[in-house]
Design a protein around this ligand. Structure first.
Ligand code: MEV
Length: 321
């Protein structure tokens, strides 16, 4: 029997969240926290089981997982066929609702396996677009950054409405990225509204900040290309300062960031929408244990990740009964 196995990474926005909504660029990267899918053919239905949601359903009935049904329909339409039956089990280690693109990574692994089981080549282009269809069901009008980073992997420079650019050969030696979950719930919509309101109130200064952010992104790209964790860390700190002054930080984010810097991080900032959620800290490898311990002793959940990992992979295994 044909079995399909797929894996896709989560993403974090390194620099440029919020500003990206208003036209400047963001840099995002794939991190080593993964969603996985294992699929096999069945006689009827498209049966998806999700370990995290604790459910199994035939997605053609479009109950909870309408997003994945949309991906399946999209893939079938590309090859002018009706959707074919399949059974796909999904597991994900990516925190949900933390701005790390968990729904996009799940859609990527589902799409890759579903295509493969139907005899369709799971090319990057196909998987990326099929996952975007799923993201539209979940998020309405998403920028597309999450499915792009999960599919392509690496470091991506992103501007709304433009083709994403992948930065090649980036290596920040002897560093780890810590992802710090504050556990504080937040609403992306509220944060985006608060930020946008301040930006408008700042009038000409708001416009200047937007172009300043574009220059910070340029400097950040240079720092990455030079492999300078010190300079990149400085720019993470600077970006956080601006986000804080735009009203989208939170006491718990400030504490986590402060602890990370105090214990030796190159730089730390909120990532994603802010007002709770998740922070990131770029940490020299020999300081990781120390930073991690200081954070966990204050009750923060910490994920230690590699930055810029490769995008989705999918393989098929032919078992002979
Ligand atoms: C949320 O993860 C990132 C924001 O920039 C919103 C967006 O880009 O759609 C705050």
């Amino acid at each position: 029997m044909l079995t399909c196995v797929a894996k896709a990474p989560a993403k974090v926005i390194l620099i440029g969240e919020h500003w990206v909504v208003h036209g400047s660029r963001a840099i995002a990267a794939a991190v080593s926290v993964y969603a996985r899918a294992v699929g096999r053919p069945v006689e009827s239905g498209i049966i998806v089981s999700s370990r995290e949601l604790g459910l199994t359903e035939d997605i053609t009935k479009c109950r909870h997982l309408c997003n994945l049904w949309r991906s399946a329909q999209y893939i079938a339409s590309i090859v002018s066929r009706s959707p074919w039956p399949a059974s796909i089990r999904i597991e994900s280690d990516i925190p949900v609702g933390a701005g790390m693109g968990s729904s996009a990574a799940v859609a990527v692994v589902f799409s890759a396996c579903y295509a493969l089981l139907g005899g369709v080549k799971p090319s990057v282009e196909l998987v990326l677009r099929a996952a975007y269809e799923a993201e539209k069901v979940v998020h309405g009008n998403p920028s597309g950054i999450d499915n792009t980073v999960s599919a392509l992997g690496g470091f991506i420079v992103y501007r709304r409405g433009e083709k994403p650019r992948r930065l090649e050969n980036i290596e920040l030696r002897d560093t780890r990225l810590l992802i710090i979950d504050t556990g504080v719930p937040r609403s992306t919509k509220t944060a985006v509204e608060r930020f946008s309101k301040r930006l408008v109130e700042l009038r000409d200064l708001g416009r200047e900040l937007l172009s300043l952010m574009d220059r910070i992104v340029d400097r950040a790209i240079e720092a990455l290309q030079e492999g300078s964790a010190t300079r990149f860390g400085l720019l993470l700190d600077l970006s956080h300062g601006l986000l804080n002054s735009m009203g989208v930080s939170h006491e718990s984010l400030e504490e986590a960031i402060h602890i990370s810097r105090r214990e030796g991080a190159y730089g730390a900032k909120l990532t994603g929408a802010g007002m709770g959620g998740v922070a990131i800290a770029l940490v020299p490898r020999d300081r990781v244990a120390r930073v991690r311990e200081a954070l966990t002793s204050r009750g923060y959940r910490v994920l230690e990740t590699d930055l810029g990992v490769k995008g989705y992979s999918v393989t098929s295994i032919q078992d002979h009964p």
